[in-house]
Write a protein that binds this ligand. Sequence first.
Ligand SMILES: Cc1cc2nc3c(=O)[nH]c(=O)nc-3n(C[C@H](O)[C@H](O)[C@H](O)COP(=O)(O)O)c2cc1C
Length: 147
Amino acid sequence: MSILIRLIYASKVASHFGPMDMHDILAKSRRNNISVGVGGLLVMSDGHFFQALEGGRAAVHQTYGRILRDPRHADSVILSCQEIGKRSFTDWSMGYALSNEKNRKLFLSYSAESRFLPLHLSAPMAEALLQEIGDHARQIGGAELAV
Ligand SMILES: Cc1cc2nc3c(=O)[nH]c(=O)nc-3n(C[C@H](O)[C@H](O)[C@H](O)COP(=O)(O)O)c2cc1C
């Protein structure tokens, strides 16, 4: 059986990032990720991305390698990368958690400041935040995950 992994990273949104960029990223993610069996979740809040990629080890690393070269973000840091027994995110090829009031409150509960600063998260904190976002999204039926 192939080895499954979950990789979580955070990065800074580029200053030239516009609303159409998110549309393009989600459309490409959904198309590409389905074809290689990768799933996950993406957050954009306070000028930062926080993303989890789950799937076969080679597919996740190849996807992250491509994302790293994307000029729409910078200063990417891998927060956690581990083998997993089973996937947490089977519902979405790439779910998008909106930075609305309720989600933001959750993001900020993992930050020492009044801004979401995911680059500073430890691996256990990154994992815990991710699971909480996923749980919340499932409770509301994924409605907030659409663009
Ligand atoms: C924050 C961020 C997250 C992204 N996530 C994904 C992803 O999960 N899967 C993916 O294929 N591309 C993702 N992309 C887009 C890739 O960087 C790249 O533009 C895309 O994979 C190219 O697809 P194409 O070769 O089919 O045009 C992401 C880009 C950014 C900036």
